[in-house]
Write a protein that binds this ligand. Structure first.
Ligand code: TRP
Length: 347
């Protein structure tokens, strides 16, 4: 089967990836590499939209994120893995696209409103945060990607990307495909405490967790609150341990859920089985840290090479955009067209 299109997707490097990332996205991305030309982006500029006060963490978090991607089977020989800040064309296209969107349109973005509320930024939201989705649109459009695998929370950003593509095309002629979102089929898992899964709530299980850490996390998980005694009939549909088990391995989860309903499997027993399954599944994530310990330079090399490859394509799009928007070609990198003796550019 031929290649079905071009994908761009990415993560903000906020540290180690967790179970929610694995089941919802990373495993899906790994499979998409077979059918699409894929660009996987580590969006380090995007981290700075909220987390600019911890520069000492950023480089380490980029490595952590990349390690988990590699362990999940995101393959730098097959796909392009790139670092946003290493391809300056993203930032430049973002600036140019920012001319085509109004401030009120960006202020209506639900993700922006939520962040402003949650981070208490009412009077202090930065221009960078407001322009977050414009940069994201640039990430996608600079490669003229047609497919963007994302979670539901990213749909408003995709919508803005599509609007910007339409607006540009209408003003300057067709250049950008309108990228379509590809929603992950896995339902969202709750955190180990039953609340929304979020690193800052401490209710996630990192992919590189040790077997002891997995056991401890699973042991602390909430289950069906109505189940007091081990042999009470349980309600697996409200139990996070069951939800995790289902997401990890449906075939073994269903019979255990039935047994739980009949009061034949206790919560403790179910946790023990689920922890064993999870520990086994996470083996590659622990192993890659052992293998790569002290070989950080190889990680930077992967990103350096991927970013170099990406930059060639990004630069070609950017030049086309600059030219259509009327900017003159005077820069060194304007496709190597040398200045002639009169100082004018040979176009
Ligand atoms: N906003 C995305 C997130 O928080 C990360 C991201 C940045 C992204 N640029 C992107 C995702 C482009 C898809 C496409 O997860």
């Amino acid at each position: 089967m031929g290649i079905q299109g071009r994908i761009l997707t990415g993560h903000r490097p906020t540290g180690r990836r967790h179970l929610g990332h694995l089941l919802g996205t990373l495993e899906v991305w790994a499979r998409l590499q077979e059918k699409y030309e894929c660009f996987f982006l580590i969006a380090d500029y995007h981290v700075l939209t909220t987390d600019y006060e911890h520069p000492q963490l950023l480089r380490e978090n980029i490595c952590e994120c990349l390690l988990d991607w590699l362990a999940a089977g995101i393959d730098p020989r097959r796909s392009t893995l790139l670092l946003q800040s290493a391809v300056p064309a993203h930032a430049e296209l973002s600036l140019l696209l920012s001319m085509l969107v109004t401030v009120p349109r960006l202020e209506r973005n639900p993700t922006y409103k939520e962040q402003v509320q949650q981070l208490g930024l009412v009077e202090r939201a930065s221009l960078g945060l407001l322009a977050y989705p414009v940069l994201q649109a640039a990430d996608i459009l600079i490669y003229r990607a047609d497919t963007v695998p994302v979670g539901e929370d990213q749909l408003p950003h995709l919508e803005l990307t599509r609007e910007l593509a339409r607006r540009f095309n209408a003003l300057y002629g067709d250049l950008f495909p309108e990228p379509r979102p590809l929603l992950s089929p896995t339902p969202r898992l709750t955190g180990t405490d039953g609340r929304t899964m979020h690193t800052s709530y401490g209710n996630t299980i990192p992919l590189s967790a040790s077997p002891e850490e997995v056991q401890e996390k699973v042991w602390g998980m909430v289950t069906d609150p109505a189940r007091i005694h081990p042999h009470d009939p349980g309600h697996p549909e409200v139990c996070p341990v069951n939800a995790y088990h289902l997401a990890l391995e449906r075939e073994t989860a269903e019979p255990v859920a039935e047994a739980c309903r009949r009061g034949e499997v206790s919560c403790a027993e179910h946790k023990r089985r689920m922890a064993a399954l999870l520990t086994e599944r996470l083996e590659p994530y622990r192993r890659i840290r052992e293998e790569m310990a002290g070989r950080e330079e190889e990680l930077w090399d992967i990103l350096r090479q991927g970013s170099r490859r990406a930059a060639t394509l990004a630069q070609a799009t950017l030049e086309e955009v600059r030219s259509r928007m009327g900017l003159p070609r005077l820069r060194q990198e304007d496709a190597g067209r040398p200045l002639n003796l009169t100082g004018r550019l040979c176009c």
